[in-house]
Design a protein. Structure first.
Length: 116
């Protein structure tokens, strides 16, 4: 009877939306996060670019514009242990994940062989 209860608890609900949930899994991939991961460097560079454009458009100094939303220009422009990802890095990462899934499916790995 305990084995039946454990098997019932391991089954996901029929309306469960998470395809990775099942078999007692936590729902995640279990591995490292597959992402671009530039640590926000590209975001900071884009924010600095927008601040420069706004300063030129409104005739203010860059420091005045940056002070509204950020600590300082130096804080916004300072590198933080990495470089910014290129403009299409997110597309390349997605393409690489799809290729890995296709490769796993072709090898007969099934749906959960992709790691996600």
């Amino acid at each position: 009877k305990a084995a039946e209860a454990a098997a019932e608890a391991a089954k996901p609900h029929p309306r469960e939306l998470n395809p990775h949930l099942g078999g007692g899994g936590g729902g995640g991939s279990g591995g490292a996060a597959a992402g671009v991961g530039d640590g926000g460097a590209s975001w900071r560079l884009k924010a600095l670019k927008r601040a420069r454009e706004r300063a030129a458009r409104e005739g203010q100094s860059l420091e005045e514009v940056v002070a509204v939303r950020h600590d300082s220009v130096a804080e916004l422009a300072a590198p933080r242990g990495g470089r910014a990802a290129h403009a299409y890095a997110h597309r390349h990462a997605a393409r690489d994940r799809e290729r890995a899934r296709a490769r796993a499916a072709a090898d007969g790995g099934g749906a959960d062989a992709g790691g996600e």
